[in-house]
Each structure stands twice: as structure tokens, then as C-alpha cells.
Ligand binder design. Structure first.
Ligand SMILES: Cc1cc2nc3c(=O)[nH]c(=O)nc-3n(C[C@H](O)[C@H](O)[C@H](O)COP(=O)(O)OP(=O)(O)OC[C@H]3O[C@@H](n4cnc5c(N)ncnc54)[C@H](O)[C@@H]3O)c2cc1C
Length: 441
């Protein structure tokens, strides 16, 4: 049972030329193409499988500022405004609402960490409320148990992962952009030291600007064109249950389990941070750069299996542009969910929220989360290849900050004042084997 996802029709014909070609129809690619099309550029988006079918439909749907690293917080704040504006702007519905996010805890250290973040957030104008025991019990009454404290972040929200990327893709087409599903980009053509075309399985599109928003595939694609981009993915496993009685929080995080209302009235259940590491040649290649991240997060990670090798998204093999590539063999990266995690998540959610009891399991799925060594996305033009704008490595945060990332990409391409300072995201920060400062949350 894969993650639910709306389907959309593709544009009829692949153009021979475009101002910008976006590779990848996940949430980052569609938002980038949308803001580019709004500026009057001709945009073609190519997606090897189905729009939204990888990470962008497999996530919880949280669009949050709460606990964001200082480098990402400005983009998170801007993104929430963009999510909100989109429905009126486009006539499309992503299921976004500013419902607020609720965090509950009985752990003094965790509460102290949230309080520190609240103090920092205040300095940049973001308001979040620490809850005392009585307030936490009141907001968390659906749990029917006492809590030492918590946080409520009223300006955060959720969108519907089953609807969001398809909705933005439809908006691109309304603006005159084209969207091509089942169309893998195999590689790039270069001339005069810069990008001059994208070779797809259906022909070449001439262009001077390419946005590579290929999620977990971005590093192996870069490898083909001689660009070194350290990326590693973790297999996360989550499930959804059918509609249950009202009165449950829209979005609740606890250390044991997190629960989010879905657009269909059901809920997504997940354990934050838990995942399996499926070793690949790419991970071995970049292991030294990921040591600081691994040292920080190893407690919630478990060894995986051969699934990562088999799916080919982190291959170091070179492929030819006139033959089918690993991206055509695996149209949708659909890793097997980890059974023990699914069982544990379900048990914990039933124990946390008695109101969920009796709600049938509707789906369970895995998703590879692509991460950079510092947990902050790579967004910007690659120094060694003018015309190539990288936008990948969203490290488990890309759904919420997708609109801000897409807007920033459009700003960079059209040379307009950037919506946020682009420096913390520049991909060249990983040159020289640097790992950078690992994101705080
Ligand atoms: C279980 C889970 C929970 C998460 N929860 C949250 C959350 O609550 N909030 C949040 O903000 N983030 C969350 N995330 C992270 C978020 O989903 C990702 O950061 C985000 O979706 C990344 O978007 P993307 O567009 O970069 O990648 P993807 O959605 O993976 O899209 C990349 C696309 O590129 C395509 N592609 C790749 N190579 C090619 C090629 N050569 N040619 C054509 N197409 C290509 C792929 O087919 C794919 O569709 C979660 C992720 C997971 C897995």
C-alpha cells in the first residue's frame, strides 16, 4: 500500500527549447517551476515517474518553523506565507492550513531545549508558546494523560502530501509551463563551459539553465557530469490510518510517536528521526563527510539491507545517454517499509491517543530522505558548471520549505533580490570535503 497521491495529466509535447528545464517533479521542482513560470519564463519540468511520487507524497506534511536551525528558519517563515498565498493566487488546493503544531513532553532536557529555541526564535520575530503542565494537559487532552510541559507554535501548519505537488504542477501548466511525467533526464549537454541542453529519454531540450531538483537521485546524476555532491539517504517508514472521531490534534509530536491529520480525514503516524541506513557505494564514498552528522544522530538509526544498492539511486556507475538509465528502471523509488517500525509506531500511537483505536490501517510505506552532511539543503548555481542550479539535500525538511526554496531559485535565475539570504545554502560549501556545522534540529 503506497502513500496516497493524486495523479495529474502531463503536457502533450516535449519542447525543443526552454528558458529553464527543471529536473524532478517533487515539491522542490514544482515550486521552482511555478515561480519561474510566474515570471514569464518558458519552463519545462521533466519527471522520470509521477509528480510527487517520491519523498514529496511520503512525508508527514508538516510546514514548520518550530525548532528549525537558524540557517533555515527565515526560509521556513517565508514559505508559510507562500503556502498560504498559493490557493488564492492559483485556484489550486494544497490542503494547507495554519493549524499550529503541538509538542508534548515529560522530559526536562527536551523542554529546556524547546525553551532555548523559543528564546532564539523571539530574536528573529517568530512566536512560539511554551506550555506549563496544566496547559500541556489541556491542549493534549486527547491523550488523556498528564504532561510536564510542551510547545504550541500557532503560526506553523500542515499541507496535504497527497495533493500538494500535483496542485502546484497544475498551476505551472495554467501559467504556460509544461510538465512531462515518465520522462527521465539522462544527462546534460555542455558547450563553451556551460550548460546548453538536457538529454531526456524522449529527446533533447535546448536550454541555458537547468534546475536539478532530483531528491535522492541528485548526487548520482551530478556524478555523471563530474560534479561532486555529498548526499546520503535514510529509509524512513510510516503509516496512515483511516478517519477517526474528531477532537484529535491536527499535528502532535511526542518523542514516542507523532500524529498528523491527513486531507482524507485519516492520520499519518510516525516516529521522528527513526530510520534505517541501507549502505551504498555513494555512502561509502562520502562517509568521512557524514561522520559529524552520524555521530549526532546514530541513536535513532539502525542498519538496513541491500535495498539501497538494488534501487540504484546512489550508484557510482556511469551510464550512457543513448541507453536506458537506472532512473528509467526505477521510475518511483518505493522502498519497503520496515515492519518492526510500522508495528511499533502503530502500537505507540494507539497508546498515546485512545481516540485512534479502531481506525483501520490504510497504508504503510517507506521513503528515502536525502540529507547533506550538515542537514541544510544545497541550493544555488554549481561553481564548476555555470547554468546548473542544484536544489537537493532537503534533509527531511523540504516539504515545508519547498515554496521558499522554489522562490529563491527563481530569484537567483532572474537575478532579483533573493527572498532569503542564499549564502547558507550554497552547494559549494561542501567543496574541500568540509562537513559544515550539523543542523541543531
Ligand atoms: C517519511 C518522511 C517524512 C517527512 N516529513 C516531512 C515533514 O513533515 N515536513 C517536511 O518539511 N519535510 C518532510 N520530509 C522531507 C520532505 O518530504 C523532502 O525533503 C521533500 O519532499 C524533498 O522534495 P524534493 O522535491 O527535493 O525531492 P522528491 O520529492 O524526492 O522529488 C525528487 C523527484 O525527482 C525525480 N527525479 C530524480 N532524478 C530525475 C531525473 N534524472 N529525471 C527526471 N526526474 C528525476 C524523482 O522521480 C522525484 O520525483 C519527510 C520525508 C519523508 C520520507
Amino acid at each position: 500500500m503506497p502513500a496516497p497521491l493524486q495523479t495529474i495529466a502531463s503536457s502533450p509535447n516535449l519542447p525543443e527549447q526552454a528558458d529553464v528545464v527543471v529536473i524532478g517533479g517533487g515539491i522542490v521542482g514544482v515550486w521552482a517551476a511555478y515561480y519561474l513560470a510566474r515570471r514569464g519564463l518558458s519552463v519545462a519540468l521533466v519527471e522520470k515517474g509521477q509528480v510527487g511520487a517520491e519523498q514529496s507524497s511520503r512525508n508527514w506534511g508538516w510546514c514548520r518553523q518550530q525548532n528549525r536551525d537558524a540557517r533555515e528558519l527565515p526560509m521556513a517563515t517565508k514559505s508559510l506565507d507562500l503556502w498560504e498565498r498559493f490557493a488564492a493566487e492559483s485556484g489550486e488546493d494544497t490542503g494547507f492550513s495554519r493549524c499550529g503544531l503541538l509538542y508534548l513532553s515529560n522530559d526536562d532536557q527536551e523542554l529546556a531545549g524547546w525553551a532555548r529555541w523559543r528564546d532564539f526564535a523571539r530574536t528573529v520575530g517568530v512566536t512560539t508558546h511554551m506550555l506549563n503542565g496544566a496547559e500541556a494537559a489541556e491542549r493534549g487532552r486527547a491523550t488523556g494523560r498528564p504532561w510536564k510541559g510542551g510547545v504550541f507554535s500557532p503560526s506553523d501548519g500542515i499541507a496535504d502530501p497527497a495533493r500538494a505537488a500535483p496542485a502546484v504542477a497544475r498551476a505551472i501548466m495554467k501559467l504556460g509551463g509544461t510538465v512531462h511525467q515518465g520522462c527521465a533526464a539522462r544527462g546534460l549537454e555542455t558547450g563553451g563551459g556551460r550548460v546548453c541542453g538536457v538529454v531526456t529519454e524522449r529527446g533533447t531540450i535546448r536550454t541555458k539553465l537547468v534546475v536539478l531538483a532530483g531528491g535522492a537521485w541528485a548526487s548520482s546524476f551530478c556524478h555523471q557530469i563530474g560534479v561532486r555532491f555529498p548526499l546520503a539517504s535514510i529509509r524512513s517508514s510510516i503509516l496512515s490510518v483511516g478517519p477517526s472521531p474528531t477532537g484529535l490534534p491536527d499535528a502532535l509530536h511526542t518523542a514516542a510517536v507523532s500524529v498528523t491529520r491527513r486531507g482524507d480525514g485519516g492520520h499519518t503516524l510516525a516516529i521522528s528521526g527513526r530510520g534505517r541506513v541501507d549502505p551504498t557505494m555513494q555512502q561509502i564514498r562520502f562517509a568521512p563527510q557524514f561522520m559529524p552528522m552520524f555521530t549526532r544522530r546514530w541513536r535513532s538509526l539502525m542498519p538496513g539491507g541491500l535495498e539501497g544498492m538494488r534501487s540504484g539511486h546512489e550508484t557510482l556507475r556511469r551510464w550512457r545517454l543513448d541507453r536506458p538509465t537506472p532512473m528509467e528502471r526505477v521510475r518511483v523509488l518505493d522502498p519497503t517499509p520496515d515492519r518492526s517500525t510500522i508495528r511499533l509506531t502503530h502500537e505507540r500511537a494507539m497508546a498515546l491517543l485512545p481516540g485512534l483505536k479502531g481506525a483501520p490501517i490504510t497504508a504503510a510505506w517507506g521513503g528515502y530522505i536525502d540529507s547533506t552532511p550538515d542537514g541544510v539543503p544545497a541550493i544555488g548555481e554549481v561553481g564548476s558548471l555555470p547554468g546548473l542550479i542544484l536544489a537537493a539535500g532537503f534533509s527531511g525538511h523540504g516539504f515545508g520549505i519547498g515554496p521558499g526554496a522554489g522562490h529563491l531559485i527563481a530569484d537567483l535565475v532572474t537575478d532579483q533580490a533573493p527572498i532569503v539570504d542564499p549564502k547558507p545554502y550554497h552547494p559549494d560549501r561542501f567543496a574541500g570535503f568540509s562537513a559544515g556545522k550539523v543542523a541543531d534540529f
